[in-house]
Design a protein around this ligand. Structure first.
Ligand code: 5GP
Length: 201
C-alpha cells in the first residue's frame, strides 16, 4: 500500500482559507484533517470538538518536551502546534492528510517532510483583502490596519509554497484546491502498485 499524501494549507486573515477548506472537505470526504493543539482561549462559536484541541501552556510545553509535535509556533502570544502521531499514522495507513498552519509552520513542515504539498490561499488583490477585512465586523480601524500588515507579511512568504490558490470566485478556488489534491494522488510513486499489478499478471 502506498503512503498517503501530506498537504499543508495557509492563508492570511481575509483570504477565505477556512471557507475554501470547508468546500475541499465536502468534495474530498476521505481527506483527514490534522487537529492542532493550541493555547489561545476558545473564541465565541468555537467548540472543544472543532478544528482545535485547546490545552494549557503546561500541557503544551510537555508536548514539546516529549517530542509530540511535528512543528509548533507562537502566534500572537499563544502556542499552536501540529501533533505528530496523528499525521504519521494517517500517512502510514495510506490516508491523505491536511494540515492548516501559518507560514512558519509550513516552512518547518517542508523542511522535515519535503514531500509535503504546500498550498497558499491568497486574495485576488490588496483592495479585495482590505474590503474583506473591513467588512468582517466591528474591528477598530487600527486593528484592521494591523491585520492587513500581518496579512501582507504572510503573502510575502507565498513564493515558498508549491501552489497558489487565488480565492476570487469561491467555487473556482475550491475546485483548484481539490485539483491539487487529486494531482498528488496521480503521481507515479503513488500508483506503482497498479502498474505492477498489470505487468506482473
Ligand atoms: P487563529 O487563532 O486565528 O485560529 O489562528 C492563527 C494562525 O495560526 C492561523 O494562521 C492558523 O493557520 C495558524 N495555525 C493553526 N494551527 C496551527 C498549528 O498547528 N501550527 C502553526 N504553526 N500554526 C497554526
Amino acid at each position: 500500500m502506498s503512503k498517503g499524501n501530506l498537504f499543508v494549507i495557509s492563508g492570511p486573515s481575509g483570504s477565505g482559507k477556512d471557507t475554501v477548506l470547508a468546500g475541499v472537505f465536502e468534495k474530498c470526504p476521505e481527506l483527514k484533517f490534522s487537529i492542532s493543539a493550541i493555547t489561545r482561549p476558545m473564541r465565541e462559536g468555537e467548540t472543544p470538538d472543532g478544528k482545535y484541541r485547546f490545552v494549557s501552556r503546561e500541557q503544551f510545553e510537555d508536548m514539546i518536551k516529549n517530542g509530540e509535535l511535528l512543528e509548533h509556533n507562537v502566534f500572537v502570544g499563544n502556542y499552536y502546534g501540529t501533533p505528530k502521531k496523528y499525521v504519521v499514522d494517517c500517512l502510514n495507513n495510506g490516508d491523505d492528510v491536511m494540515i492548516e498552519v501559518d507560514v512558519n509552520g509550513a516552512r518547518k513542515i517542508k523542511e522535515k517532510m519535503p514531500e509535503a504539498v504546500l498550498m497558499f490561499v491568497c486574495p485576488p488583490s490588496l483592495e479585495v483583502l482590505k474590503h474583506r477585512l473591513t467588512r468582517r465586523g466591528t474591528d477598530a480601524p487600527e486593528v484592521i490596519e494591523k491585520r492587513l500588515k500581518v496579512a501582507i507579511d504572510e503573502i510575502k512568504c507565498a513564493k515558498m509554497y508549491d501552489y497558489i490558490v487565488v480565492n476570487d470566485a469561491l467555487e473556482d478556488a475550491i475546485d483548484n484546491a481539490v485539483a491539487i489534491i487529486k494531482t498528488a494522488g496521480l503521481k507515479t510513486e503513488n500508483n506503482t502498485d497498479i502498474i505492477d499489478g498489470i505487468v506482473n499478471k
